[in-house]
Design a binder for this molecule. Structure first.
Ligand code: CDP
Ligand code: CDP
Length: 211
């Protein structure tokens, strides 16, 4: 059976950074499930279709090819916004969750990061991590990323976006963002990437040894 590491948390908490490091260390396959919502939203935007039509959005989600997902192509701000809108639709979630579960069965193991991995997609995962940080710290990280890439950014606007996205993700009826009961909480507000990785590694090693 595949060994699954489920990582959830809000935007810019450090999920992807941690997931990639774990996947590299253990030779596991990694899926950033946010990209599946982003790609569905981009398909609608590119085709000039409404973001409100559930049946059309579901079709896009069913047609999605997980092997072609690329964060560089999907990173635009409008795509992230649109993704959190299609993510409230139950038929879209059902289609994407099915594809994500299929991915989670890959051998020898997988790391999935998103908002509902430990609660909905892989509730039986032997390792569940809930990575978070204060909204200010997360907005600062997004701001620093844009500046480091040579862009310009307005901190207050990013901070407002982070809070709106949190509200939408935590407040939706279907699969809201929340820690699974058995998740290890990692608040990275004042924790380095290395310290978060070592905390994750310790629980992964313990579960791998008892499996
Ligand atoms: O990178 P960022 O934190 O901006 O977001 P993302 O992980 O790329 O996800 C984009 C949006 O997809 C999120 O705001 C969620 O609304 C949605 N999403 C979700 O509902 N469930 C997941 N498992 C992953 C993402
Ligand atoms: O995947 P998610 O949106 O949760 O976050 P990320 O893309 O992994 O991390 C967002 C940014 O925060 C990246 O630039 C990381 O290098 C940085 N980060 C950090 O400064 N300290 C941490 N403990 C974790 C991430």
């Amino acid at each position: 059976m595949s060994f699954v590491v489920a990582i959830d948390g809000p935007a810019a908490a450090g999920k992807g950074t941690l997931a990639r490091r774990i996947a590299e260390t253990y030779g596991f396959h990694h899926l950033d499930t946010g990209l599946t919502y982003r790609a569905t939203a981009k398909a609608l935007l590119d085709a000039g279709l409404s973001l409100d039509d559930e049946a059309v959005a579901e079709r896009m989600a069913l047609d999605l090819d997980l092997s072609g997902l690329d964060r560089a192509v999907l990173s635009r701000h409008e795509i992230g916004e649109a993704a959190s809108k299609v993510a409230v639709m139950t038929p879209v979630r059902r289609a994407l969750v099915t594809a994500q579960r299929r991915f989670s069965g890959k051998l020898p193991g997988t790391v999935l990061d998103g908002r509902d991995i430990g609660t909905v997609v892989c509730p039986d995962a032997p390792v569940k991590l809930y990575v978070t940080a204060s909204p200010e710290v997360r907005a600062r990280r997004r701001f620093d990323e844009i500046i480091a890439n040579g862009g310009t950014a307005d901190f207050e606007a990013i901070f407002a976006d982070v809070k709106t996205r949190d509200e939408r993700d935590m407040g939706r009826a279907d699969s809201p963002l929340k820690p699974a009961q058995d998740a290890l909480l990692l608040d990275t507000s004042e924790m380095s990437i290395e310290a978060a990785f070592l905390a994750a590694k310790s629980i992964i090693d313990e579960r791998l040894n008892s499996n």
